[in-house]
Design a protein around this ligand. Sequence first.
Ligand code: UT7
Length: 320
Amino acid sequence: MVGKICGTGSYVPENYYDNHDIAKLVDTSDEWIRERTGIVRRHIVKDDTTVSMAVKAAKAALENGAVKAEELDLILVATITPNHITPGMACEVQKELGAVNAAGFDMSAACSGFVFAYNTAQAYIAAGVCKTVLIIGSESLSNIVNWEDRGSCILFGDGAGAAVIRAEDGEIKPCVMHSDGVKGEVLACESRHQRDWQKKEEAKETFLSMDGKEVFKFAVKKVPEVITELLEKTEYTAEDMDWFILHQANQRIIESVAKRMKVDIDKFPMNISEYGNTSSASIPILLDEMNRSGKLKKGQKLILAGFGAGLSWGATLVEW
Ligand code: UT7
């Protein structure tokens, strides 16, 4: 069996900070942020939470796919900003959807999270364990960003995206996943709950830290490599692909990948100017926008590629 995406959905909070708003917080400018990242605005939670955004995106995906919540047998939530340590986000979403027949668990693979969740869903379907899987990427990164660090706070935004995947006859498509924990410190956030309770230490407030240059170098090298590795598992070349839907981390990273792959940049859709980097949510938000605007046509071949903290990176082939 193979999983086919039958519905997509997304949700971003209405509230946003544009680059001028960020320039009131740290020493930066609209011009610098646009030039170095392509970002103009990022949406930031006000009344929403990671769970409420996930639920809204999931409901939209179920409606789009004409799938009832009771039909779901698995819910996977990719996130690094869950509402609680426990219960997991997937159980909270399951409750809100009334998905009474679904099991659920969370996956922490940062900006690779949606691709890793997609590949996991495909593996469960191929093994005959599940038939209808809901995968979600949802993040309220604004809660862990250091709003005093201009090297990172300019990049991130909040939002959620989801896809419903249904089993049908066919064989699982190639997918690739990698991790390199040795380089983990270049993009990290310590647990806020790590403390010595016996010394009665207070829980620390900790924030995301990033060595932007190192992450940039990693991304422009590993993303073309992983796409090439994926293509080598198929009978296709890069030219046979209709779309390359990359994690929206930085416009310059995406442009560099297109150049290294010698593929027309028009095949690399982008929405980073509006949302910034929403980690696990960026690929499904973009996928949903493309689906709803009619850009994705039946039979088209898509490559999804995620990369980020861990370090982690991966790619997968999707036939629409
Ligand atoms: O999902 C994965 C998550 N992360 C990423 O993908 C991040 C990948 N990295 C990047 O996107 C880029 O490295 C950044 C956008 C974060 C930074 O861009 P850069 O071109 O790598 O800048 P830089 O760190 O090399 O800094 C260049 C200069 C420095 O000044 P000096 O030393 O040349 O005088 C920085 O201090 O720009 C300065 N700078 C800024 N200036 C204005 C750094 N951040 C800012 C800022 N505004 N926000």
